[in-house]
Design a protein around this ligand. Structure first.
Ligand code: GAR
Length: 205
């Protein structure tokens, strides 16, 4: 199975996925990094791990459609089976989502459907909730929306700062993302009536 990771930033989730593939926890090939930001840390991580990079900058295209058509071309050329969004800060076009329906995973740093958007950790912290967490889900046509695969909670303690909360969330993300990809690649996830069923004999790590 060929995986394309989409990232726009630091790429720490990407790094966790690379580690899981190297250790053999995920039996698939990281065939491509799709990145829209030439300064993204994810690019150097890909180069160090010998993973092909498709740098596709939005400003190089006159329309969003052309931009995403280029991404679709890279996906086709590299025979991509699964798309993994790891901090890709652009909304995918309906065509792309439709073409890879049920084959796009996303991570969100809050317990969806709460605190959607680009700053889920800060929004939860500023709101003052006592519990937040991480969500792994399939992507559908709406943003930060789609059948939920895994969720885990993180308590916000009295002495937590935004920075300490971010550290807790990221640590959890780096465990949940490889686990969700493993379940997917082993065929353990089924979507029934918009809900994800995990193979009943499966023990979640
Ligand atoms: C992660 O915290 C991820 O949950 C978030 O972007 C960050 C990327 O970090 N994604 C979203 O907020 C999606 N709505 P990374 O580049 O270090 O992996």
């Amino acid at each position: 199975m060929n995986i394309a990771v989409f990232a726009s930033g630091r790429g720490t989730n990407f790094a966790a996925i690379i580690r899981a593939v190297k250790k053999g926890k995920i039996k698939a090939s990281l065939a491509l990094l799709v990145c829209d930001n030439p300064k993204a840390g994810a690019i150097s991580r890909a180069k160090r791990a010998d993973i092909k990079v498709a740098l596709v900058k939005r400003e190089d295209f006159s329309s969003k459609n052309d931009f995403q058509a280029k991404i679709l071309q890279h996906l086709a050329e590299n025979n991509i089976d699964l798309i993994v969004l790891a901090g890709f800060m652009r909304i995918l076009s309906p065509e792309l989502v439709q073409k890879y329906q049920g084959r796009i995973l996303n991570i969100h740093p809050a317990l969806l459907p709460s605190f959607k958007g680009a700053q889920g950790i800060k929004d939860a912290f500023d709101y003052g909730v006592k519990v937040t967490g991480v969500t792994m889900h399939f992507v559908d046509e709406k943003t930060d929306h789609g059948p939920i695969i895994l969720q885990e909670a993180v308590n916000i303690e009295e002495d937590d700062t935004l920075e300490s909360l971010e550290a807790k969330i990221h640590k959890l993300e780096h465990r949940l993302y490889p686990e969700a990809i493993r379940l997917y690649t082993e065929g353990k996830l089924k979507i029934i009536d918009r809900k994800v069923r995990i193979s009943p004999l499966e023990k979640i790590l």
